[in-house]
Design a binder for this molecule. Structure first.
Ligand SMILES: O=CC(=O)O
Length: 309
């Protein structure tokens, strides 16, 4: 008898294929009468593959042993609820560090040099009537990294190669890092030209990039968010971008994504990206393989590779 697992949304094809080879996979998103199906079959489900599991679903899966999440962030999983029900949770850290760090540097250069806007300038035939204008560069600037975790460190290494001065803020100072630590985010923002946000999402970090922090970054300051939209006070950021209180923003994540406030579309000092930090073939395949490997370990009663709980 094969182990029965549940998906609640579509996953990467290579990951779905690997799951189907090993398990009996049920796809709740393709089932019309979800509540009825769960009531009739929920007790047979031993694993969930995907992301975004809350207590109400856990209650409908009384024999759920493990949630294997596709992604490093697990702010969309009720971790306390999982712990209380003795459900293990795994995520896919490390394998995506390089891809997210690469996109971060790309967004920064795109914003500093307005690459998307200058592409439009050429396409729209504006070049013959004058040059695009002079902009700023990363070289010699100070970048404050909010969250010097696994991805933050990869970003820091790359930004040093861009000849930037790297400083950081996080819950605590980290030993064995060459970068200056700020215990106060607003102080760091005041001393930085760039603020890169790469801390985990969730209740503990909601709105920590407040209006005061953004004002401290100031009219010549740039903010980059490759973490979660919830970390930044989005309405204040928008207002400051509109009135010149903040220099610019490069954003891969938004509070209500995939919905993006219309006002962003009219700003020339922003670069927008559709939450694609880890979106390369190489990285997404590795994330899928890690998700499957965690499930394999669990059902073989071996230690999990990347356990959250
Ligand atoms: O945002 C992406 C992830 O958490 O992996």
């Amino acid at each position: 008898m094969t182990i029965e697992i549940l998906q609640t949304h579509k996953l990467l094809a290579s990951c779905e294929a690997a799951l189907a080879e090993r398990y009996t996979v049920h796809k709740l998103h393709e089932i019309e009468h979800k509540a009825g199906w769960l009531a009739a079959n929920g007790a047979r489900i031993r694993a969930h593959a995907g992301s975004g599991v809350q207590a109400d679903l856990m209650d409908k899966l009384p024999n759920l042993e493990i949630i294997a999440s596709f992604g490093v962030g697990y702010d969309n999983i009720d971790i306390a609820g999982a712990k209380a029900r003795n459900i293990r949770v795994t995520n896919t850290p490390d394998v995506l560090n390089d891809a997210v760090a690469e996109l971060t540097v790309g967004l920064m250069i795109s914003l500093a040099r307005r690459i998307p806007q200058s592409d439009q300038y050429v396409r729209r035939g504006k070049w013959p009537s004058g040059n695009f204008g002079l902009l700023s560069e990363l070289t010699g600037k100070t970048v404050g990294i909010l969250g010097l975790g696994r991805i933050g460190k990869e970003i820091a290494t790359r930004l040093q190669a861009m000849k930037m001065r790297v400083v950081y803020h996080g819950r605590r100072q980290q030993p064995h890092t060459p970068y200056i630590y700020y215990d106060d985010l607003e102080d760091m923002a005041r001393d930085s030209d760039w603020l890169v946000v790469i801390a985990p999402g969730g209740k503990g970090t909601e709105g920590i990039v407040s209006r005061q922090v953004l004002e401290a970054l100031g009219p010549d300051g740039y903010v980059v968010n490759v973490a979660r939209g919830t970390l930044i006070d989005e309405p204040s950021m928008l207002e400051l971008l509109q009135n010149g209180g903040l220099g610019g923003a490069a954003l891969d994540v938004f509070v209500d994504e995939p919905e993006v406030p219309e006002a962003f579309m009219h700003l020339q000092n922003v670069v927008l990206s559709p939450h694609q930090g880890s979106a390369t073939h190489q990285t997404r395949d590795a994330m899928g393989a890690l998700l499957v490997a965690n499930l394999d370990r669990h059902f073989a009663r071996e230690p999990l590779i990347s356990a959250v709980v």
